[in-house]
Structure formats: structure tokens, C-alpha cells
Design a protein around this ligand. Structure first.
Ligand code: FE
Length: 186
């Protein structure tokens, strides 16, 4: 199971990562690797670095095509991704992934200039994802465990859309992935 999980993550990011990342000029692989690199550069815990690497794995495990948002479909990739990660990783990895879209809705409601800084694909998907959080939703979100990691991940996500940036390969993260895997049941 453990080696299977590692191999699947490496394969998805190295292989299906060819899919374009929404409207961006980069593909899913570059996006995942840049997000992980930003988390590592920021000195984050291993769980958040791995979360950044796999935060969009939900886009890679569905068959809704390359860009479902263009057809007005929210692929619920954060829930799909977290469901895939559940049982393989603990909450330090699964929760930021599960909450990273909510964190975008949170930041749009919380910070007046955040929406203006969103990339075009993020603006497009925001409406499908429920729009900016209300004041009551903001208060509830701030009380959730892993709230601040989810917000950090969301900032790495938004920053990980730079065309042509050289960053480490997915294999660089294998030891970290291994360290974050849940112990198999005895
Ligand atoms: Fe992303």
C-alpha cells in the first residue's frame, strides 16, 4: 500500500500532470511542483509540503476532462482529492487539501484586495465553488482545525502559476511523502 501510494502520486504528477492547469499557461505537474517548492522554501512542516504537492490530485483522479470549469462544472476536486488521501495520510496532509478551496472563498471574503489578485481561472471557478464566504462562514472557518495551514496552502496554490520556473522534480519529495504516510494497520 505504501509503495503503491508513492508510485501512484509520482505517476499522476509525472504522467497526467500534462493536463493544462485551468486557464493557466502551465500544466498540472508544474503547478503541483511549484506549490510544493513554495511550501518547502517557506520552511513548512513536511505534512504541508506534501499537501501542497498533492493538493490538486483530485483533478487528476477524475474523468471530467481537462477543464470541467469551462462547462460550468465544479469537479469538487478538493473533496475527491481528500477522499483519495484519507487512510493513506494523516490530517496534516488531508485537511489542508480538503479545505484549500474553502480557504480561497475565505480569503475572498476576508481580504478586500484578495479577489483582485486572483488568476482568471480562480475567478471563474469561485462562482461555481460558492463565491466569497459570508461573515458567519468566516468565523466558523477560523475555528476549524488546520484552518491556518489551509490558508497557507491556498497562498502557495495561487503563487504556483509561473510559466517556465525551474523547480525540483517530484522524486525530490519521495522521502517526505514516505515520512508522512500513515503506519499500516498491524
Ligand atoms: Fe491548485
Amino acid at each position: 500500500m505504501h509503495e503503491d501510494t508513492i508510485a501512484t502520486i509520482v505517476e499522476l504528477i509525472a504522467g497526467k500532470g500534462e493536463r493544462q492547469y485551468g486557464l493557466s499557461a502551465i500544466n498540472q505537474r508544474a503547478h503541483a511542483l511549484q506549490a510544493a517548492h513554495l511550501a518547502e522554501q517557506a520552511g513548512c512542516e513536511p505534512g504541508l509540503i506534501v499537501a501542497a504537492l498533492v493538493h490538486d490530485i483530485g483533478h487528476m483522479v477524475h474523468d471530467l476532462g481537462e477543464d470541467p470549469a469551462k462547462d460550468g462544472i465544479d469537479d469538487r476536486h478538493e473533496a475527491l482529492g481528500a477522499a483519495w488521501l484519507d487512510g493513506r495520510f494523516g490530517p496534516a496532509v488531508t485537511e489542508p487539501v480538503r479545505l484549500h478551496v474553502a480557504a480561497k472563498r475565505y480569503l475572498c471574503g476576508k481580504e478586500s484586495d484578495y479577489f483582485a489578485r486572483l488568476s482568471p481561472d480562480s475567478v471563474r471557478s469561485l462562482a461555481l465553488q460558492g463565491g466569497p464566504m459570508s461573515a458567519a462562514e468566516i468565523t466558523a472557518f477560523e475555528a476549524r482545525p488546520h484552518f491556518s495551514e489551509a490558508v497557507q496552502l491556498r497562498r502557495f496554490d495561487e503563487g504556483a502559476k509561473v510559466k517556465g520556473l525551474e523547480v525540483p522534480d517530484v522524486r525530490h519529495y519521495v522521502p517526505l511523502i514516505r515520512a508522512c504516510l500513515l503506519m499500516p494497520l498491524q
